[in-house]
Design a protein around this ligand. Structure first.
Ligand code: NAI
Ligand code: COI
Length: 364
């Protein structure tokens, strides 16, 4: 991968490599765009096949956060971190504290939170070294684990997409195929089960599948079968790039609505599902609940205020569908237009007026 060419192509601001021999930390912080404010995005810990794969993931996820935060109406830019390692084996206190010092060194340009492979306890360790971290324990007056809130937002957004496809937003009796029943999807399944949906689930970890089977009467299938099962809605809630040349022809669902980031392998896959008549709720619009919730910490966390904003995920998905119909484009294009329009307006207005020197972090 030619890093500078890639950064230039998508206009990235900064890429930071962090190494600490004592703890084994190998982290990559990618900051995509800070037009709207400091870059906020989670830290993913994962066993990458190569360093290139880790860099690419950090870059793609950071750009996704720029669009997510803009589309959600937050005054925040986009960034993300990946830590190379196995979250089940390679974590230690020194690692997250060393990482916290790297974040502190960025002096507020980047604020972190949880993502796949990291927990509230990890954020608390980072917080020992820096204030530029969210999703820390409620004992600190913070919002804690964002996953249940992300899940609620996905559930709301799924209803909005279902309304478009089926003429009603009720999910009662609908069959929903869920890929990956981790932190977000387990909580999402709870809402779906309460509403009377039928669940088909898969995961690479058997205990996660068993939990969903026991708690929600879900039917379990092998990971390779999830794309082709008979269902109304497909909810990708594991990792990215799962809408691709191999999977598209297998999908029977009328709606794709799930928590995973970067679901489309390439934009042409968004065009393909649009042509198949599938209603696609763009990933970064539907999964914004978590970031909306942790971002509220920057104003002094108020759960009621945050949840009111999370409810809006329904309206945001509706709005994207409206733009898609108006402009006769796929929903992923409509979502990009919505986000880019907001960033562009702010960029132009910033160049016209003097800033008052205050930004969101000055309230902390
Ligand atoms: N946690 C949050 O608040 C947010 C999460 N997301 C995204 O949602 C997705 C899920 O996040 P979490 O639930 O926090 O992560 P998680 O790690 O708790 O859950 C992911 C699950 O997917 C499973 N999985 C991985 N590869 C799989 C495969 N090939 N087939 C089936 N299952 C597989 C894992 O075993 C795990 O149980 C990720 O893409 C994340 O970036 C997006 C916004 C916020
Ligand atoms: C987990 C969230 C709090 C932030 C994030 O990284 C995301 O929305 O993907």
């Amino acid at each position: 991968m030619k890093i500078f060419s890639y950064m230039e192509k998508y206009d990235y601001e900064q890429l930071v490599f962090c190494q600490d021999e004592v703890s084994g930390l190998k982290a990559i912080i990618a900051i995509h765009d800070t037009t709207l404010g400091p870059a906020l995005g989670g830290t993913r810990m994962w066993t990458y096949e190569s360093e290139e794969a880790a860099i690419e993931d950090a870059l793609r996820l950071a750009r996704g956060m720029t669009y997510k935060n803009a589309a959600a109406g937050l005054n925040l830019g986009g960034g993300k971190t990946v830590i190379i390692g196995d979250p089940r084996k390679d974590k230690n206190e020194e690692m997250f504290r060393a990482f916290g010092r790297y974040i502190q060194g960025l002096n507020g340009r980047y604020i972190t939170a949880e993502d796949v492979g990291t927990t509230v306890a990890d954020m608390d360790l980072i917080h020992e070294e820096t204030d530029y971290v969210t999703g820390i324990s409620p004992a600190f007056g913070s919002s804690g684990n964002p996953s249940p809130v992300t899940a609620y937002g996905v559930y709301r957004g799924m209803k909005a997409a279902a309304k478009e496809a089926f003429g009603t937003d009720s999910l009662e009796g609908k069959t929903i195929a869920v890929q990956g029943v981790g932190n977000v999807a387990y909580n999402m399944c709870k809402h779906l089960h309460e509403e009377g949906a039928n669940l088909i689930v898969t995961d690479i970890h058997k205990e996660s599948v068993d939990r969903a089977v026991n708690d929600f009467g879900a039917k379990a299938v092998d990971p390779s079968e999830i794309y082709s099962v008979d269902c109304d809605i497909f909810a990708p809630c594991a990792l990215g790039a799962i809408i691709n040349d191999e999977t598209i022809s297998q999908i029977k669902a009328k709606v794709i609505a799930g928590a995973a980031n970067n679901q489309l392998k390439e934009t042409r896959h968004g065009d393909a599902i649009h042509e198949m008549g599938i209603v696609y709720a763009p990933d970064y619009v539907i999964n914004a609940g978590g970031v909306i919730n942790v971002a509220d910490e920057l104003y002094g966390y108020n759960s009621e205020r945050a949840m009111k904003k999370v409810e809006q995920v329904y309206n945001n998905v509706e709005r994207v569908i409206e733009i898609a119909k108006r402009d006769n484009v796929p929903t992923y294009v409509a979502a990009d237009r919505m986000a880019e329009e907001r960033i562009e307006k702010m960029r132009r207005s910033r160049s016209q007026f003097l800033q008052n020197g205050q930004h969101i972090l000055s309230r902390r």
